[in-house]
Design a protein around this ligand. Sequence first.
Ligand SMILES: NC(=O)c1ccc[n+]([C@@H]2O[C@H](COP(=O)([O-])OP(=O)(O)OC[C@H]3O[C@@H](n4cnc5c(N)ncnc54)[C@H](OP(=O)(O)O)[C@@H]3O)[C@@H](O)[C@H]2O)c1
Length: 437
Amino acid sequence: MAEALRVGIAGLGTVGASVARLLATKASELTRQCGRDLVVTAVSARSRGRDRGVDLSGAQWFDDPVEMAKSAPIDVFVGLIGGDEGPARAGVKAALEASRHVVTANKALLAKHGVSLAEVAEKRGVLLNYEAAVAGGIPVIKTMREALAGNSVTRVFGILNGTCNYILTRMEAEGLSFDACLKDAQRLGYAEADPTFDIEGHDTAHKLSILSSLAFGHRIAADDIYLEGISNITQADIRAAGELGYRIKLLGVAQRTDSGVEQRVHPTMVPTASVIAQVHGVTNAVAIETDILGELLLSGPGAGGNATASAVIGDIADIAKSRPGFQHGPVFGRPAKELAPYKKALMRAHAGGYFIRFTVHDRIGVFAAIAKRMADNEISLESIVQHAGGTADATQKTVILVTHETTEAAVRKAVDGVTKDGHLVDKPQVIRIERAG
Ligand SMILES: NC(=O)c1ccc[n+]([C@@H]2O[C@H](COP(=O)([O-])OP(=O)(O)OC[C@H]3O[C@@H](n4cnc5c(N)ncnc54)[C@H](OP(=O)(O)O)[C@@H]3O)[C@@H](O)[C@H]2O)c1
């Protein structure tokens, strides 16, 4: 049997401790599958004395993950410390520079420094595996990087944040407000005490930036993503979506267009009958649309210790099975130095259907004025409905429009026009509609 693969784990929190436990409990299964033992020979965390639920006495302890990366007796450095700078970045970089393979679940790190880290990995001829960084346990990176060889991706989109999907699912199922669902998510440990990063779409954007780079061969551009979170989604939107045959999801969408690549994260209406609309609670899903295959949808657990560790262990096993000169190709699907600069498609040029909800003063002529603003901007309407009961105030009405395909620029201009007409009681709500199978 080949020599054991020596594994060093930096970070023994939710994911790291699960990885260490699973490597111990699944040892014989993994040995059979990889043809060699996988042995944890080094670990690093902040608190040495903390019980991690697994016997790590055989592993060398390092207070400093960078020191472990440089000098521990390891073949693979598993980076499971959070953050895009500090010890998380320094540890991964030092390991690659020391020609050690790296496995990480750290999406923030990859979103910011993925390309430069990939350059180091490719120069040193080592692997940088990151399956767990996008959609937790769902094997989407492997699917895109390996299984879809020869396919040209036209669009990749998904539910990439369990916290947001949990909140939207509860809002719809129980008629609760956004704030009530967020509080519950925090109580159950699905949302952080400061939930901004999740609910405003930043976490989804990090993951989307990685998927987009893999799909379209451009350098990661996580700071250049159109972003809208879910905090202004109301029961009125959820109810109207249901009546119109849609469900609201926070999607990350990357799509090739004539003018470049769109990367956008925003609340989205998807047809209730579509497969992605059936993805509830904290579950994640990624849809990949290609020229050969059509649409493929992967769904499953997107976070949590064991789900994320499952992907980390898959990555470690790949390294155990690889041999020098026979690896699964470049980190982001093509050599990092050949990744193209990101050519951003302008959001104003986005083409699609739109849901627009206006709360208006109940006056004669308002309905006609709205219809005129739409017509003036060449927006063709699939439906326009006036809801007398849409608001508690008898002097107000809700007007809901669904457009045929139009552009973002036209919708913004029409909505600005309606706002200037002075009929609105409240801020208008605009939600993009996404085609989904
Ligand atoms: N949790 C998930 O469901 C999930 C899913 C997908 C991806 N991820 C990613 O996986 C990574 C780890 O997440 P996690 O949830 O496991 O985080 P976590 O529970 O907060 O654990 C972080 C670990 O890093 C250690 N650490 C922090 N600073 C350190 C330092 N300076 N030196 C050595 N060790 C240090 C901590 O040590 P102590 O334990 O001693 O404090 C802890 O063990 C993050 O990048 C996260 O984004 C997590």
